[in-house]
Design a protein around this ligand. Structure first.
Ligand code: DQA
Length: 147
C-alpha cells in the first residue's frame, strides 16, 4: 500500500514557525515520524513539500503513477485553492486532509477548507500526530477497498 504525503507552503519552516501553534518539531523530524509509523503499519510512503501551487498539482497528478492514497496538508492553500481541489477530484485517489492546528478554532478565514470537499475526511488539531492518524486512516481505507 503506497501513500503520498504532501506538505504545502511554509511547512518547510516548521520548528521555527509559530511554535506555539505548530509545535517545535521541524519538518525533517515530522517526516521521520511519518516514515517510522508508515513502516510499522506496512505502508510505503513518499513525502514531498512545496511552496508552489503548480508543483503541488504536479505531485497530485504524479501520484497516479505510484500512490494508492494521498495525505495532504495544503497549508494556506486549504482556504483558497480551487486548482488543488480540482486536481484531487481529477485523480480520484482517496485523499485525507491534514492540519497540525485545529483550523476550526482559529481565525474565521481558516475554518473554511476549499480542498476538504475533495477528500474522504480531514484530521485537524493533533500536531504532528495528525499525519500519523492520517496514515492509519489511509490504511483502513485501502484495506476496505481491497475487500
Ligand atoms: C495549517 C493551517 C493553515 O491554516 C495554515 O495556513 C498552515 C498550516 C496547519 O497544518 O495547521 O500553513 O495547514
Amino acid at each position: 500500500m503506497r501513500v503520498l504525503v504532501i506538505h504545502g507552503p511554509n511547512l518547510n519552516l516548521l520548528g521555527m514557525r509559530e511554535p506555539s501553534i505548530y509545535g517545535d518539531q521541524d519538518l525533517d523530524t515530522i517526516n521521520g515520524l511519518i516514515e517510522k509509523e508508515a513502516a510499522e503499519l506496512g505502508l510505503e510512503v513518499k513525502i514531498v513539500q512545496s511552496n508552489r501551487e503548480g508543483e503541488i498539482i504536479d505531485a497530485i497528478h504524479e501520484a497516479l503513477n505510484w500512490a494508492q492514497a494521498i495525505i495532504i496538508n495544503p497549508a494556506g492553500y486549504t482556504h483558497t485553492s480551487v486548482v488543488i481541489f480540482d486536481a484531487l477530484e481529477a485523480v480520484r485517489l482517496p485523499a485525507i486532509e491534514v492540519h497540525l492546528s485545529n483550523i476550526h478554532a482559529r481565525e474565521e478565514f481558516r475554518a473554511k477548507s476549499v480542498t476538504a470537499r475533495a477528500c474522504v475526511g480531514q484530521i485537524s488539531g493533533f500536531g504532528a500526530r495528525s499525519y500519523l492518524l492520517a496514515l492509519r486512516a489511509a490504511k483502513a481505507l485501502l484495506e476496505r477497498s481491497a475487500t
